[in-house]
Design a protein around this ligand. Structure first.
Ligand code: SF4
Length: 269
């Protein structure tokens, strides 16, 4: 069973865990004080628009219409131009998915599918007060042989050596709880900018129960511990993409650190 410390901070999600582990101050801005973001990063807006366009297109809307609809939410020509570059890759992805569905016997497609579990991994609704861990699947395909493929769209830069399992195992745990008949899970990352879908090796139910569930609980405990002693700052390269950086003293110090001149430097001039 999770600790009281983890329970009182529920519901957890993959992004809430990673935020807590990366920067407790950011966690407090977002999840404790619920401060409205002073600035939304262009990358976040573009990523959200791409996700919306993909969701629409996978739902049956024409790619052109789906792309135009989401584009309207972007505030300026610069962001729209970057969005247009990425949306050029949506049609090939939709065609690839269509070919894949013709080859495999897909019995169900899940798009932007909300899932939640209680602390004992029984299922509950996403917004329920007893939700302990929850997430929204970008897209999943249930096959007639009790296997399921889960795909997460990534609109950022592909980071070499990124572990597919680290990013998707929370979704596997959720899907395993919800689709009891599923016994084999394929995990894929869709790198939109690169028109690439990267697949990991398939995972069976034993691994979900024996490794992924305990691993998820360990991560939640580590995240709860990291934020337990208050809004400690943890500045790093990620501050440049932090929506709260204008409110954060650590970020200001890091960005505007005064330059100190040595006497010898002045003598050299
Ligand atoms: S600017 Fe950096 S240190 Fe400050 S809250 Fe954001 S991530 Fe944390």
């Amino acid at each position: 069973m999770p600790s009281t410390r983890a329970l009182i901070r529920a519901p957890w999600s993959a992004s809430k865990i990673s935020t807590a582990l990366r920067c407790p101050r950011l966690y407090h801005f977002k999840y404790v004080d619920k401060v409205r973001e002073p600035e939304v990063m262009p990358e976040a807006r573009i990523g959200k628009a791409i996700h919306a366009a993909l969701e629409d297109a996978l739902g049956g809307t024409s790619v052109a219409e789906a792309a135009a609809r989401a584009r309207a939410d972007l505030p300026d020509a610069h962001e729209q131009a970057r969005y247009d570059q990425l949306t050029a890759n949506i049609a090939p992805f939709i065609e690839r998915i269509a070919r894949f569905r013709r080859r495999r016997r897909v019995v169900r497609q899940l798009v932007e599918f909300s899932l939640a579990v209680r602390e004992d991994f029984t299922t509950t609704s996403f917004y329920s007060g007893d939700a302990f861990y929850r997430g929204i699947l970008d897209v999943g395909y249930v096959f007639d042989d009790d296997s399921i493929a889960l795909v997460d769209h990534k609109t950022g830069v592909r980071i070499p050596g990124t572990s597919i399992a680290d990013q998707l195992e929370g979704y596997v745990v959720l899907t395993h709880a919800w689709l009891r008949s599923a016994s084999r899970f394929w995990l894929g990352l869709h790198w939109v900018a690169e028109r690439a879908v990267e697949w990991g090796p398939p995972v069976g139910s034993d691994e979900v129960m024996g490794r992924m569930r305990p691993g998820l609980l360990d991560n939640i405990e580590a995240a709860a511990l990291a934020v337990d002693d208050g809004p400690r700052t943890n500045p790093g390269s990620w501050c440049e993409r932090c929506s709260y950086r204008t409110l954060c003293p650590a970020s200001r110090e890091q960005r505007y650190e005064p330059v100190e001149y040595e006497e010898d430097d002045e003598a050299d001039d």
